[in-house]
Design a protein. Structure first.
Lengths: 135, 189
């Protein structure tokens, strides 16, 4: 009798240990008049386009995502394009956003979100270096 | 000390090479290298041109090599600071007053003024949105250009500054990138 009880319990335990934990992530665009496009976090595509005020659909991230080389917990910046009047600029957030196991994370891109473009950052740091060079 | 000079020289060379790359792009602002322009909106209005006379109270024309600084506003918003094109006015001087040469012959200075979007740095997503928005200088319509300040050097090399508040209206036609404003006259008091 004990065997009949123990087997299902062990089976449930084994199955539950096989189920990967999942986290949720989404991005909200709070930039007036600008589209946020091709949004990704740690290489994981979040949305192709988010209108002003809109929040992207929820993306499920499993604790181990070998395709994107992500293992939760992970801390990554958000990369995206800003589009205004059809003109585009590529940006990355200066801050990284931490996603833990079982998290439900909403990242807000707003007016004050600190961002940079690697191409501009490079030329800006060369100018600053020259400016600060001792005479 | 020598190492520092060598380091500076290398950095200057690097900056010169990067500047060569920048000169190829037809931009409006200094961060345009990171902007991909929409194919539907490439003919942005970028430039105004006009001729400028500077006269004294006796209706004589200022006779100098070029006007060093002309500050312009369009519809009350800064358009940029420009120098006129250089001209050769040798032998035209009628008389000299307070270190400035004047001529009774008509002398005009050509001013070519491409829009300069002056932005120090871009730190936030909002900064980038504003930068993209400000790159469209003027949509088709009617505007007023103001010559808010003119500066030039006298024979002693001292600056003369005039705040003429001269205005000129002009029209931006759709799908054009520049406009000729005609003639603007200002008087030194």
């Amino acid at each position: 009798m004990k065997q009949y009880i123990a087997i299902p319990i062990l089976a449930i335990f084994a199955l539950s240990s096989c189920v990967e934990k999942e986290s949720k992530i989404r991005v909200q665009n709070m930039l007036p008049k600008a589209l946020v496009k091709n949004v990704e976090w740690g290489g994981i595509p979040i949305s192709s386009q988010i209108l002003p005020g809109q929040t992207s659909g929820t993306i499920i991230v499993y604790e181990d995502e070998p395709y994107y080389d992500i293992k939760l917990p992970a801390s990554k910046p958000v990369k995206f394009y800003i589009s205004l009047n059809g003109d585009l600029v590529y940006l990355q957030t200066k801050a990284s956003f931490q996603l833990n196991e079982d998290d439900d994370l909403t990242i807000v891109i707003a007016d004050t979100t600190q961002v940079f473009n690697p191409l501009l950052e490079k030329s800006f740091s060369i100018r600053n270096l020259l400016k600060n060079e001792p005479k | 000390m020598k190492i520092t000079n060598f380091y500076s020289a290398c950095l200057l060379l690097l900056l010169m090479f990067s500047a060569c790359g920048n000169s190829d792009s037809v931009g409006i602002g200094q961060f345009d290298n990171a902007v991909i322009e929409s194919s539907a909106n490439q003919n942005k209005f970028k430039q105004i041109t006009f001729t400028l006379d500077v006269m004294n109270n006796g209706n004589e024309y200022l006779n100098i090599h070029r006007i060093d600084s002309i500050r312009l506003k369009v519809n009350g918003r800064s358009w940029g600071v420009f120098a006129s094109e250089s001209i050769d006015t040798t032998g035209n001087t009628t008389h000299i007053d307070q270190g400035l040469k004047f001529s009774s012959s008509h002398i005009s200075y050509l001013v070519i003024a491409p829009y300069v979007l002056s932005t120090d740095q871009l730190q936030t997503a909002g900064d980038f949105v504003r930068y993209l928005g400000d790159r469209i200088a003027l949509a088709p319509g009617d505007y007023v250009c103001e010559v808010s300040e003119v500066k030039f050097r006298n024979l002693s090399g001292e600056w003369t500054r005039v705040k003429p508040q001269a205005y000129k209206n002009f029209t931006v036609v759709a799908n054009t990138t520049s406009s000729y404003l005609g003639h603007i006259s200002i008087t030194i008091k």
